[in-house]
Design a protein around this ligand. Sequence first.
Ligand SMILES: Cc1cc2nc3c(=O)[nH]c(=O)nc-3n(C[C@H](O)[C@H](O)[C@H](O)COP(=O)(O)O)c2cc1C
Length: 212
Amino acid sequence: MSFAIATQKRRSIRALQPISPVPDRNIIDLASNALLYVPSAFNSQTTRLTIHFSEAHRKLWSITGAALETNLGSERYKSSGSADKINAYSKGYGTILFWDDIEVLEQMKKGAADHYKDKAEEWVHQSNGMHQYYLWVALEEHGLGVNVQHYNPLIDEGVRKEWGISGSWKLRAQMVFGLPEKGTLVGEKEQKVAIEERLKVFHIDGEEEGKL
Ligand SMILES: Cc1cc2nc3c(=O)[nH]c(=O)nc-3n(C[C@H](O)[C@H](O)[C@H](O)COP(=O)(O)O)c2cc1C
């Protein structure tokens, strides 16, 4: 499957199996390529990734479940459906965590011209999102189902402590992947606003295409 086709097939798949159709090495290479080739403002390279396979994947979701249960209380943790969700993510094959190195952001702010200083943080988010999209599509291209979760900042401290991660890394997203559960059906993607309302095409004379 080409990357272009994978962008059209990419969806959020939340029922996953602890199986991967490709070796871990391929997934590690994809993450390396994201870090090597995805752009960042001023080439600041603020994104950081950690990949959690097998026991490390299950440990991550047990840390997340425990943090949520403490936060919500046992009753609400179960009745809100959170326990079932955490259980489902835990059944995946692995998780990629997306972080930003805040120390590098601070350096970028210091070095930036005045009119850029207040934009630096936004650009760091944008670059992190590009890494997420690159890997979401690349994993799809390799036959994996993927979903993205946000239990940060609740779990930042516990995750940093477990894996000795620098205090300057701030967690942004958790990308769970694995072979989709058998029989997973993905409906047609709903388009909430017609494409003509979202895409405007202009030529040099200012006339909108289609209205010429
Ligand atoms: C910035 C962003 C945040 C998201 N956060 C979550 C999330 O926390 N949990 C989740 O299950 N899905 C999350 N999603 C997935 C969206 O719900 C999903 O992409 C959207 O409903 C469209 O469905 P699709 O991915 O199948 O095309 C997020 C997606 C984006 C782009």
